[in-house]
Write a protein that binds this ligand. Sequence first.
Ligand SMILES: [Fe+2]
Length: 380
Amino acid sequence: MAVQALGYLGISTQNIDEWSDFATRQLGLQLVDRAASCRAFRMDDRRQRVIVDKERPDAERFFGWEVADAASLDALAGTLEAAGVAVRREPAALADQRFVRDLISFRDPDGNRLEAFYGPLLADTPFKPGRNISGFRTGALGMGHVVLMVADFDAALAFYQGLLGFRISDFMRKLKACFLHVNARHHSLAIFEHPRQGMHHLLMELYSLDDVGQGYDLARAHGDRVKVSLGRHNNDYMTSFYMQTPSDFLVEYGWGGREVDVATWQPIEMDTLASFWGHDGLREAIRGNAPPPEHLPPAPPEGRRAPVQVIEGNIARSIHPIIDNRSHPSCGKPIPARDRARRPDRESTFPSAVCRSARTRRSGCRPVDTSSRRCAAISA
Ligand SMILES: [Fe+2]
């Protein structure tokens, strides 16, 4: 599989101050670079994940897709060129701006600017969220997913599946919609054939359901920011809501997405996009200003449900480890390096933020109150 994850997103807008406020106070991103015409934001250990730029052509976006290494990048460039896609080897100066080792750029059949890169640079300081959240579920799953409205579904699918190596998670034939994965995240990309092309939304997944609920409260207090109410999707099982950004796309803010087994997953044909519950406004959000197609989601079927996708981070840890793993979240006392539990499989370093009883006795702090979901270290 050539592409491994969604690495970053670039947004062009004249509203960079509005974007800064939205990204930090609503989403919980960390503002790390403030220039006259550009803002960069972190959401984990990467130097940046979201770049907001007002000097690019209005509404131009770029999607950063991560590959494993230089050989993978060369191989992808060769595949694209062999298929007649124009590929630009970008200069080192742009790689420096993106905080990656190297990148190429090209366009998909709808003209979206895509960048493929390897070697993202990590920050040397812990992630400090813009508001009180536990952290974003990223790591090997990438920064989230994007949904694109495309003019020619078959052409887009051939491009992403055939050239970039995306694999189908599930699809809807009559809607001409497809959800595709490049790692264990159920989908890193979805494409919908639609009369109005462009980016529909970006998903960001939180470690804590409470972060999503508190984000929902914030958004509801902010005029008509919420465009799709809280609900639970029937394919990736994400509990989420959608809010309007200062640009013309939405952010889906969610928790508890399922993972797929990349080695064994077989594409599933969906009979509806209707959520298990909630997500009022999703039909309208998909439809936009276009005339209502007859294949929009029908009423939710009764009795459909799925287990909550609980992972370690959902129930046991107080914070995302990338934020800070050097101190106990309850008392702030240092955690010795030997006690920083690691889970080296999927999500890079995975230190435990739970004060275990033995460690608690050694350090003398009280057990973590996991209901608080808050780390004193990030408020310092
Ligand atoms: Fe989504």
